[in-house]
Ligand binder design. Structure first.
Ligand SMILES: *[C@@H]1O[C@H](CO)[C@@H](O)[C@H](O)[C@H]1NC(C)=O
Ligand SMILES: *[C@@H]1O[C@H](CO)[C@@H](O)[C@H](O)[C@H]1NC(C)=O
Ligand SMILES: *[C@@H]1O[C@H](CO)[C@@H](O)[C@H](O)[C@H]1NC(C)=O
Length: 434
């Protein structure tokens, strides 16, 4: 389910998850359905999109001209002019070649235990991924101040062994640091214990390392606004990285356990104290093997629009890496640029609402409403409008081959890898693009 994604991943300081979780407003059907529909479409086309575009343009400082328009179509659907029939027929086709990769950069794929399709996709397309991150663990405080690494019950041993037989993809489960941040960061004993729990779990379960998510929680607790506490937080990540690097991987004795750290995009033009910035990237460079950058959820039900405008992605990379060039290139190799395989179905009239949808929801919308697609050039995303049985108007933004292609190319042009949230939520043909 796409909804859970927000509960688990979206940075809490932005309160985006709560907003997305909010139930849709009450439907108010009145006699003026037709007018309302027109108004909603008007609002959407002439107010929402331009305002998104304005914002995007505002944050866009130095985007190279028409670079993204240079396309090398591999498949029929990498184009702006598409219709729902093409998408449905593409979706029912067999995949091109489940092991052939079009890019040689690292590809990290998230898998969630509440959507079993992700496990299947990981098995089918193992060679397309370099890193697999099942979302399994939470590090919690239990009674008093003792720590607990919860989630082993999620670990599917059968699946793990099949993945290892299928290819070389590393398995690094995600751990969310739920434990009270101040306790953990202040007390050496707690820090050591937390790290020991994670390293031991890797050894016992023969993982290749972990993906750690803690930044958003630290931001929510105000840790990152205080220079001393911020330092303690960064030092904790370093200590964990060094501890993992001191352990040989069981699969390949030449390799050490790895640490991938989850980071969010800045939410404003100027970096704030709680944002993960370029200095943080450099400071953690030795201790961290990769940074999973969550470039999605740009829009929400209160501000419907594209999920991850290309210009915003470009701005985010630029604010982390500096202008494209040698320095950027050397830092970029550790970034896993986030790409969403889910979409959003926003309601436009009858109050703001709606929320994330996954592949099968999208396919049933196409079958039912036979919508006309529009290409939003400024964000590099397709969308369509439809009116439901209660005459509520909706705008649906869900990835297409074209939108994914642009983002894969963006990653290539910077020399980053990509990370996908999450592989069970996309359509089968998305994997042909990787
Ligand atoms: C932009 O597109 C035009 C026409 O397609 C082309 O002549 C020009 O070289 C392109 N510019 C860049 C920077 O790619
Ligand atoms: C699929 O891709 C792999 C790796 O690129 C290649 O070795 C193989 O021959 C391809 N198979 C087919 C049927 O094209
Ligand atoms: C780990 O690997 C290194 C070589 O990379 C080797 O020298 C060392 O003995 C290994 N340690 C263990 C505990 O296997």
């Amino acid at each position: 389910m796409a909804r859970r994604r927000d509960a688990r991943v979206a940075p809490s300081q932005y309160r985006r998850s709560e907003r997305v979780e909010k139930p849709t407003q009450e439907f108010k059907v009145d006699g003026s359905g037709f007018d309302r529909k027109l108004i909603a479409i008007f609002v959407f086309l002439f107010v929402v999109i331009p305002s998104v575009s304005v914002l995007v343009y505002k944050i866009n400082t130095a985007r190279p001209t028409n670079r993204s328009e240079v396309l090398v179509p591999r498949r029929g659907l990498i184009k702006t002019d598409i219709n729902y029939q093409e998408i449905l027929s593409e979706n029912s086709k067999l995949t091109e070649n489940a092991s052939h990769r079009h890019y040689n950069y690292p590809v990290l794929a998230y898998i969630t235990p509440w959507n079993s399709r992700g496990y299947e996709m990981a098995k089918r397309f193992t060679s397309k991924f370099t890193h697999l991150s099942p979302v399994w663990y939470d590090l919690k405080s239990s009674q008093g101040s003792s720590l607990l690494l919860e989630g082993r019950h999620n670990a599917d041993k059968q699946w793990l062994s099949e993945i290892k037989m299928n290819g070389d993809a590393l398995v690094l489960p995600r751990v969310v640091l739920e434990a009270s941040p101040m306790e953990l960061l202040r007390k050496k004993k707690q820090r050591d214990k937390a790290i020991e729990l994670m390293v031991t779990e890797c050894k016992e379960m023969q993982y290749d390392g972990i993906v750690l998510e803690s930044w958003s929680r630290w931001a929510a607790y105000g840790i990152l606004n205080d220079p001393d506490k911020r330092n303690m937080a960064l030092n904790f990540v370093k200590q964990l990285g060094h501890a993992l690097h001191s352990v040989n991987s069981t699969r390949n004795r030449e390799q050490k356990l790895q640490l991938i750290y989850v980071i969010g995009p800045p939410r404003s033009e100027r970096l704030q104290q709680h944002d993960f910035g370029p200095e943080d990237l450099q400071s953690l460079d030795d201790a961290v093997d990769g940074f999973s950058l969550m470039t999605y959820d740009f829009s929400n039900p209160h501000n419907p629009g594209p999920n991850a405008p290309t210009q915003w992605i470009h701005f985010t990379l630029q604010s982390l890496l500096g202008p494209p060039g040698k320095t950027a290139w050397s830092l970029a190799r550790k970034i896993f640029l986030g790409i969403n395989f889910y979409g959003n179905d926003f309601t436009l009239s009858g109050g703001s609402g709606g929320g994330p949808i996954i592949g099968r929801d999208y396919i049933s919308l196409l079958e039912k409403h036979k919508p006309a697609f529009q290409w939003e050039k400024n964000s590099g995303e397709h969308f369509f409008l439809y009116s439901d049985d209660n005459h509520i108007n909706h705008a649906v933004f869900y990835p297409t081959s074209m939108s994914i292609h642009l983002r894969l190319e963006e990653a290539r042009s910077w020399g980053t890898g990509i990370s996908i949230w999450e592989i069970g939520q996309g359509l089968d043909n998305f994997f042909d693009l990787l």
